[in-house]
Design a protein around this ligand. Structure first.
Ligand SMILES: Cc1cc2nc3c(=O)[nH]c(=O)nc-3n(C[C@H](O)[C@H](O)[C@H](O)COP(=O)(O)OP(=O)(O)OC[C@H]3O[C@@H](n4cnc5c(N)ncnc54)[C@H](O)[C@@H]3O)c2cc1C
Length: 424
């Protein structure tokens, strides 16, 4: 069978692949995108039913198109987000081939480029961009044995409350996924326990502006690296129900039982760290620091934004915080499900090139890997805090397309070209 050749192959047709296509087309780089499912499949079938974007539609989008059917200040439901990327791909005529999986990539021996084994044959390319997503493989910490007498599920597999067996639920992890799922289960009438670790919880809106705007003008989306010691600090935000500030005390007020970080499990007993107070206090400090920086920004720029003194009110600690629960006999309190909202890892084992460290993590700078011609896109903190978000990936893709163009200029150079352009 003839081997198909293309200058640049993009693996993955999510938002990262679509953004990459736009910039490669602008740079006139011939390319092909291979997607094993459908465009933006993760948004369609990889998330729970009621999910809406965490940022308003004016912000969580690419520069080249607005959401046709969503009010710019509203939060797009996940299906609309998927539809948006399908429409965007059409608008830019992105060359996406769906239903084709990339299985292995190797460097050619003694000549440039890569040999790419796909579910539909071999392709050769000079460059390959792994745009396979930051949130690929569900991670469950090894705390509760698989055969324990309790249903265990990762947030990746959660769809809606009807899916869970009768009984109370322990949600482990209070980032944006955990807290939204816990809230949904509570509203569906479940008894919910929520294990809360270190987190930031920016105000949904303050003095008339959404937090995405504040993080933008305060330069926080553009932070180049995490502050040391914050590697395990998650962010708790929600666009659900029109967008609300995550307030753990309010959730406890409504009946949710908060516990600290989950530590161990033995003979049906789960134990928790004595850190709930500290985690909530640090979350409050983060919340108040955003208000403080926003006030300073308003004052510095002489803006006539409405005052919002009530935003600084922190309600008193509920009982589960002042008298923390340190262990729970799951059967005794009727917990039948543990829902792990404990994040994701990535799998690049199909890349048999020198672009990964011993732990299988990408070795790269801003997505340009240590293996010339191999690029990554959509990684968390690829170039900045916003990198794995919708708008951030678009800017990272631009950088990669620019890098590929420059490398192409070098590889196409020959002394005869130079003489011609010098008029010799
Ligand atoms: C629950 C949740 C909510 C989020 N909400 C927001 C939000 O509101 N706003 C925001 O900006 N960001 C949000 N994000 C972050 C981010 O925008 C999404 O995760 C987004 O889906 C990432 O897009 P991507 O293209 O990088 O990866 P993905 O959407 O995961 O796309 C990667 C694609 O690669 C394909 N693929 C993988 N391996 C192969 C292979 N070997 N061969 C061929 N194809 C392959 C997959 O099928 C997939 O379609 C959220 C993330 C999660 C988990």
């Amino acid at each position: 069978m003839a081997i198909e050749k293309i200058d640049t192959l993009v693996v993955g047709g999510g938002q990262a692949g679509v953004a990459m296509s736009e910039h490669l087309s602008n740079a006139r780089v011939a390319h092909l995108i291979l997607e094993r499912d459908r465009i933006a499949e993760r948004w369609r079938t990889g998330r729970w039913d009621s999910l809406v974007a965490n940022g308003p539609a004016w912000h969580d989008r690419f520069p080249g198109m607005e959401f046709p059917d969503i009010n710019p200040v509203a939060f797009a439901p996940k299906e609309s987000v998927a539809d948006y990327f399908v429409a965007y791909a059409k608008q830019i005529s992105a060359p996406i081939r769906c239903g084709v999986e990339v299985r292995e990539v190797q460097r050619n021996v003694g000549r440039p480029g890569f040999r790419i084994e796909t579910s539909e044959g071999i392709i050769e390319a000079n460059n390959l961009i792994a745009a396979t997503g930051a949130f690929q493989c569900p991670v469950i910490p090894p705390i509760v044995p698989k055969d324990a007498e309790v249903t265990q599920m990762h947030s990746f597999d959660y769809r809606n409350p009807d899916q869970l067996p009768e009984g109370a639920v322990m949600v482990v992890g209070a980032g944006s996924s955990g807290v939204q799922i816990a809230d949904e289960l509570l509203r569906a009438g479940k008894q919910v326990y929520l294990s809360v670790g270190p987190h930031d919880r920016p105000p949904r809106a303050y003095r008339g502006r959404d937090f995405v705007w504040w993080l933008g003008v305060l330069g926080k989306w553009h932070a180049a690296a995490m502050e040391p010691g914050t590697e395990h600090v998650t962010i708790s935000v929600s666009g659900a129900r029109g967008g609300v500030t995550i307030d753990f005390r309010e959730l406890a007020e409504q009946g949710m039982m908060l516990v600290g970080r989950t530590e161990t499990f033995k003979d049906g007993v789960m134990t928790f760290a004595l850190d709930l107070n500290d985690n909530l206090a640090k979350g409050d400090a983060n919340y108040l620091s955003v208000l403080g920086e926003a006030d300073a920004y308003i004052a510095r720029n002489g803006l006539a934004f409405p005052e919002e003194p009530d935003a600084r009110i922190i309600e008193p600690d509920p009982q589960c915080v002042s008298v923390p629960i340190l262990e729970l006999k799951l059967a005794e309190v009727g917990i039948t499900t543990i829902l792990w909202a404990t994040g994701f890892s990535q799998d690049f084992s199909w890349l048999k090139v020198n672009a990964l460290d011993e732990a299988g993590k990408p070795k790269h700078q801003r997505g340009v890997s240590t293996e010339p011609g191999i690029y990554f896109l959509g990684l968390p903190w690829q170039s900045r805090r916003g990198s794995s978000f919708i708008w951030g990936v678009w800017h990272d893709a631009k950088y990669l397309a620019d890098h590929i163009s420059m490398q192409r200029m070098y590889s196409q150079f020959s002394s005869s070209t130079q003489r011609t352009s010098d008029g010799l």
